[in-house]
Write a protein that binds this ligand. Structure first.
Ligand code: FES
Length: 84
């Protein structure tokens, strides 16, 4: 079980789960859901290594390990802390 912390709220997800639905539920704005618009951008405060590798869509929008598109990320394991 992995833990995603969005500001002060904690969410528990199965290892390997996509984080998009939880992020959207937490109030992060979503639009395209395909990594094109950039609306769902989050800053990774801790645990960047526990997120999936950057997608081509994220690279195209200039993301890096600390700045991710939440519609494109899966949490591999452990704890990840993000803010938006
Ligand atoms: S919702 Fe458009 S990039 Fe994630």
């Amino acid at each position: 079980m992995a833990k995603l912390i969005i500001d002060r709220d904690e969410y528990h997800l199965p290892d390997g789960a996509a984080i998009g639905a939880v992020c959207e539920q937490a109030g992060i704005p979503f639009c395209c859901n395909t990594g094109v618009c950039g609306a769902c951008k989050v800053e990774v405060l801790d645990g960047a290594e526990n997120l999936s590798e950057l997608t081509e869509e994220e690279k195209a929008l200039g993301m890096d390990r600390k700045n991710r598109l939440s519609c494109q990320c899966c949490i591999k394991r452990g704890t990840v802390k993000i803010t938006y």
